[in-house]
Design a protein around this ligand. Structure first.
Ligand SMILES: Nc1ncnc2c1ncn2[C@@H]1O[C@H](COP(=O)(O)OP(=O)(O)OP(=O)(O)O)[C@@H](O)[C@H]1O
Length: 248
């Protein structure tokens, strides 16, 4: 992202924000309430079009990014509202995220040709492997609605990962989790860097500090600090912005 500015009526939600995510890196975006984190996430997903600035992916300018184009670009996202289908099994929920890798076209699928079956089998195997990696393979056959929230979060993560994205966008991955669950999700995110880059937008300082290589701090829509965890933790502007907030 470079020079991204977003206004809502008279309110400047993001002002001239630039950042980049390097391959195999976890980039964290933090900031106090109303700093612009969700807006930035929505710009990265194509939900919100910036008033100024540009988005680039692998050197190409994304002139008109829309959410439905993300998968084709090799970008996946997992939202705060997990968007799982409650009346589908965990495995089927994950397969929904595999669209990018379905090779058979409409006719082979409709006619149920052998190639279609082979592709389906390969997808199912990959979905099960991702569930296993996230330690939830044992619930593959359960309905999503029947599972506790932290497990549902992992299902949403599995769905994002099964398309083998090169960039994963995570909105508040620690939201709604207890401390021990937060530590576990932190470890999982850290483990993803072998296969993908991650940009996470998060309110919890402690998670961000423990998993991110690089951190961008927003306040009132502006970048007030950036750098590694140690740099950001001690930065006077960050301390001032978070003053009065309950920061562990
Ligand atoms: N659709 C919208 N219309 C008008 N104002 C908006 C809209 N979305 C966000 N804002 C405003 O833009 C600013 C940034 O909001 P944003 O939700 O991006 O911040 P945030 O850092 O995600 O906050 P939080 O941590 O509370 O979720 C806020 O002042 C917010 O009220």
């Amino acid at each position: 992202m470079s020079g991204v500015t977003v206004t809502f009526g008279g309110l400047v939600a993001l002002s001239d924000v630039s950042l980049s995510v390097a391959p195999h890196q976890v980039l964290g975006v933090i900031g106090p309430n109303g700093a612009g984190k969700t807006t930035l996430f929505n710009v990265a997903c194509g939900f919100v079009a910036p008033d100024a600035g540009e988005l680039r992916w692998r050197g190409e300018v994304l002139a008109d990014l829309r959410p439905h184009r993300l998968a084709g670009l090799g970008i996946a996202r997992s939202l705060q509202d997990l968007g799982l289908f409650d009346r589908m099994t965990v495995l089927d929920n994950v397969l929904v995220g595999a669209g990018r890798h379905v090779r058979t076209g409409f006719w082979p699928a409709l006619l149920a040709l052998p190639r279609h079956h082979r592709d389906e089998r390969a997808l199912t195997d990959r979905a099960l492997a991702v569930l296993d990696e996230l330690h939830i393979a044992d619930v593959a056959g359960r309905y999503a609605a029947s599972l506790p929230y932290p497990v549902r979060k992992r299902v949403a993560l599995a769905r994002a990962l099964v398309g083998e994205p090169d960039l994963l966008l995570l909105d508040e991955p620690a939201g709604g989790l207890a401390d021990d669950e937060m530590a576990e999700i932190g470890e999982l995110i850290r483990g993803l860097t072998a296969r993908t880059s991650v940009m996470l937008v998060e309110h919890h300082m402690d998670l961000v500090m423990s998993v991110c290589d690089d951190i961008v701090v927003l306040d009132f829509g502006r970048v007030i600090a950036r750098g590694g965890p140690d740099h950001v933790r001690e930065h006077p502007a960050v301390l001032a912005a978070y003053l009065g907030e309950d920061v562990a």
